[in-house]
Design a protein. Structure first.
Ligand code: COA
Length: 259
C-alpha cells in the first residue's frame, strides 16, 4: 500500500507502520490521520497480519504531536471535529483485532503520546521522551490523552503531566508504568519484532480474545467484565488451538498452532 505520510510493509505476518514525516518530526496532520484510518481498516480485515508495530521515521521522533500549523487556525466548531476525528482513528487502533506494539523511538509528545497510549504495548528507546505539552499552546490533549493517560498512570500523575506539560524521559516513563520496556535505540525495533514473533507463536484466537477482554476493562463494571471473560474463555474452549495447546502440554511437546 502506498501513502504520502506512512510507510507500510508486511513481513512474516508482522505489519510495520512507520509515520513518515521526519522533517516535521512525524507530526500528525489531517492527511496522516486519514491514511492511518485507511491502513487500520485494511489491517483489521487482513488474514495474514497477526501483529502490528508502529514507529516513527528518523532518529529523533516517534511523533512530535498534532500538526501545530493545521491546528492553529481552528475555531471551537472545527476544534471539536478535529478532536473527534483524531479520537476515532486512535479508537480504531485501540480496538484493532491484532496486537499493536508502539516502538517509541524519540519524541512522543501530544498526539504522539496519545498514539502510544492507544497502542496495546509500549516499548521505548532510551532517548524516548513522552509528554502532553498542549497547555503550552493553550489547549488540552484532544486525541484521548486526558482519558488514556489517567487510565494508564493514574489520575494524580496524569494531572501533574498535563497541567505542567512536563516532558517524561524514558526511565521515568518506565517507572510510572507508561512504557513496558526500555531498550537502546539500536535494539528497539529488533526487540519489538522479537515480541511480535513471540505473540504470533501463540494461539491466534486466544490472542484476539485477550485483546478484547483486557480492552473491556475501560468500559465494563467488574461484574460485567468477569462475565465477558467467562464467555470468551468458553469460546476459546471450542477452538482447535485449545485442543492443540492442551494436547501438546500433556504429550510433552511444543504446541504447533495453525496460522
Ligand atoms: N507540528 C508541526 N510541526 C512540527 C511539530 C508539530 N507538532 N513538531 C515539530 N515540528 C516541525 C518544526 O516546526 C520544524 O519544522 P521546520 O524545520 O520547517 O521549522 C521541524 O519539525 C523540526 O522541529 P524543531 O522544533 O526544529 O526541532 P527541535 O529538536 O528544536 O525541537 C521539539 C523538538 C519536539 C522539542 C519541538 O519540535 C516541539 O516542541 N514540537 C512541538 C511539540 C508539541 O507541542 N506537541 C504537541 C502538539 S499538540
Amino acid at each position: 500500500m502506498q501513502f504520502n505520510n506512512l510507510l507500510f510493509e508486511e513481513v512474516n505476518n508482522i505489519g510495520k507502520v512507520t509515520i513518515n514525516r521526519p522533517d516535521k518530526l512525524n507530526a500528525l496532520n489531517n492527511e496522516t490521520f486519514r491514511e492511518l484510518s485507511t491502513l487500520f481498516d485494511y489491517i483489521y480485515k487482513s488474514k495474514t497480519i497477526f501483529v502490528v508495530i508502529i514507529t516513527g521515521a528518523g532518529e529523533k521522533a516517534f511523533v512530535a504531536g498534532a500538526d501545530i500549523k493545521e491546528l492553529s487556525v481552528l475555531d471551537s466548531k472545527a476544534g471539536v471535529e478535529f478532536s473527534q476525528f483524531g479520537q476515532s482513528v486512535f479508537n480504531k487502533i485501540e480496538n484493532c483485532n491484532k496486537p499493536i506494539i508502539a516502538a517509541v523511538n524519540g519524541f512522543a509528545l501530544g498526539g504522539g503520546c496519545e498514539l502510544a497510549l492507544a497502542s496495546h504495548i509500549r516499548l521505548a528507546s532510551e532517548n524516548a521522551r513522552f509528554g502532553q505539552p498542549e497547555v503550552n499552546l493553550g489547549i488540552i490533549p484532544g486525541y484521548g490523552g486526558t482519558q488514556r493517560l489517567a487510565r494508564q498512570v493514574g489520575k494524580g500523575l496524569a494531572m501533574e503531566y498535563i497541567l505542567t506539560g512536563d516532558i517524561i524521559p524514558a526511565p521515568e516513563a518506565y517507572r510510572i508504568g507508561l512504557v513496558n520496556k526500555v531498550y537502546s535505540s539500536e535494539e528497539l525495533l529488533a526487540k519489538a519484532n522479537e515480541m511480535a514473533e513471540k505473540i504470533i507463536s501463540k494461539g491466534k484466537y486466544a490472542i484476539t480474545a485477550s485483546l478484547k477482554t483486557i480492552n473491556a476493562v475501560d468500559n465494563l463494571s467488574l461484574e460485567d467484565g468477569l462475565k465477558f471473560e467467562s464467555d470468551e474463555f468458553g469460546n476459546c474452549c471450542d477452538t482447535a488451538e485449545f485442543k492443540e495447546g492442551t494436547s501438546a502440554f500433556l504429550e510433552k511437546r511444543k504446541a504447533n498452532f495453525e496460522r
